[in-house]
Write a protein that binds this ligand. Structure first.
Ligand SMILES: O=C(O)C(=O)C[C@]1(C(=O)O)C=C[C@@H](O)C=C1
Length: 271
């Protein structure tokens, strides 16, 4: 079994892959989310782990588009608590740091911390752990990484500041992807959907009312442009339900009213 991630050992994706699939899992590292999606779609790997939203920084919108374009299936979700630490070569002080590099989502989660250091330049990079590795291997002074404690340990960096994310309780929601619908083994209680409705007065209000009438609890709604039709939007919706049959009937009702529904995945609620 091979699992694609964006990032290298010490990254949060790597941690989720090992937590979910077990410590012996073969993890295939990629530099971009696009490459991760491509690896699953082409069958090079069996599964992928992909961050989709964070409790401080919000959604990673381009990843919704990738799941859609590559036709991938979401079979599970996983919530990971995220602690960010500032780390550099041993002996470096925070006063020596001119530049901090990390994954753009990690930088967003720590923006507030850096307000007290206006002289530090924040730079987007591939993933949290890759920066830690590069600083360590190339012995780069004056540059620090935002990464996990595990990354500091693996790449022998010293932590200059702990828990620098804006809010202590910080979570990233990851989704687990595979190429095809594997068939349902258990009754799901959550679904991720793409729904396209006509661009008419009240159409979104009607969709939401219908979902509520069928006892679907909307946990997320995100609008994404329909590229072929400028200023038209598709809605990516996560919904939870107690009654799977009733949920199926709701989907039929949405379609009967002219809505286009694509099921990205039906799965168990993560904790
Ligand atoms: O760079 C990493 O370590 C990642 O796993 C990426 C990522 C993300 O894509 O959001 C994962 C979790 C955190 O939210 C910060 C970064």
């Amino acid at each position: 079994m091979k699992v694609a991630i964006q990032g290298i050992p010490g990254s949060f994706h790597h941690q989720v892959a090992l937590n979910y699939f077990g410590p012996q899992t073969e993890v295939a590292p990629y530099r971009t989310f696009e490459e991760v999606a491509g690896a699953v779609a082409s069958g090079k790997v069996d599964y992928a782990v992909m961050a989709i939203e964070n409790s401080i920084a919000g959604a990673i919108l381009p990843n919704y588009e990738l799941i859609d374009r590559y036709g991938l299936y979401i079979f599970a979700e996983y919530y990971l608590p995220i602690s960010h630490h500032l780390m550099a070569l041993p002996g470096q002080q925070i006063e020596d740091i001119k530049e901090v590099r990390s994954h753009p989502m990690a930088i967003l989660q720590c923006k507030k911390f850096f307000q007290q250091y206006p002289g530090i330049l924040l730079q987007d990079d591939v993933d949290t752990a890759s920066v830690a590795k590069r600083i360590s291997e190339e012995k780069i002074k004056g540059v620090a990484a935002i990464a996990s404690k595990t990354a500091a340990e693996i790449y022998h960096l010293e932590i200059l500041a702990t828990d620098i994310q804006t809010v202590k309780d910080n979570f990233t929601r990851f989704i687990l992807l595979q190429k095809d619908f594997p068939g349902l083994k258990e009754v799901p209680e959550k679904a991720s959907l793409k729904i396209i409705i006509s661009n008419e007065k009240g159409s979104l209000a009607k969709l939401l009312t219908l979902m509520s009438d069928f006892d679907l609890n909307l946990t997320k709604i995100q609008s994404i442009p329909v590229m072929e039709k400028p200023w038209n939007y598709a809605f990516f919706i996560d919904t939870e339900f107690d009654d799977y049959e009733k949920y199926k009937i709701a989907l039929k009702a949405i379609e009967e009213k002219g809505g286009e529904v694509r099921i990205f995945g039906e799965y168990h609620k993560g904790r």
